[in-house]
Design a protein around this ligand. Sequence first.
Ligand code: 5GP
Length: 227
Amino acid sequence: MKEIIKSKEKGNLVVISGPSGAGKGSVIQGILKEEDNLWLSVSMTSRKIRGQEVDGKEYYFITREEFEKKIEDGELLEYTEYSGNYYGTPRGKIHEHLEAGEDVILEIEIEGALRIKELIPEALFIFIMPPSMKELKKRLERRNTETEDKIIRRFKRAYQEINEVTKYNYVVVNDELEKAIRKVQAILLAERCRVDRIEEVYVGNEEELLHESLVDHKNLVNPESKI
Ligand code: 5GP
């Protein structure tokens, strides 16, 4: 039977930002485990590999020179310099995954997010917020993968980023990871139900048939009925 609503099959482009230490990575890994129709874009960076990171998984780790060549060749959808390193989104397979009906996630900082907003205004913007600045500082220190100076730079940047939260569509406070994951899942699901995704509403001739059968029923119950 033909379905009553035909919605766009194309996936949504979902931009997720939030200060380092807010737990974006853990939230995203959580939803990737739960959802099938989701693809995470792997960014490129000129920063050094950190802790357990693997090239091609968290990032493609390249040199500054290689990064600058990618910029020149127009291979990046957006890029920025953050804490002294380049970060950028390869154009690569984003379009392909969206067309295949998958939601595509970009985990990027605010400047990149605003650039995406200019390029693709219909994208969805989610901000992951730490429960408090105190907790954010603790999380950054606990990571133990960066120098004190770098931690301070990231912490300062967090204040600027939090001030931009109103440029996003949704905010999720990551006080408890499981709850934050469920909230992001709920947002993705709700976005799939938006009426502006509708391409066609099919009611066929059901309305007429229903009306006729109601009239017949009414006439049987009340033969004097005028309808
Ligand atoms: P980290 O060094 O902690 O992995 O990342 C630093 C910041 O860069 C994070 O806020 C992260 O979201 C952002 N970032 C990662 N990849 C990209 C990207 O491709 N483009 C932009 N604009 N920011 C990115």
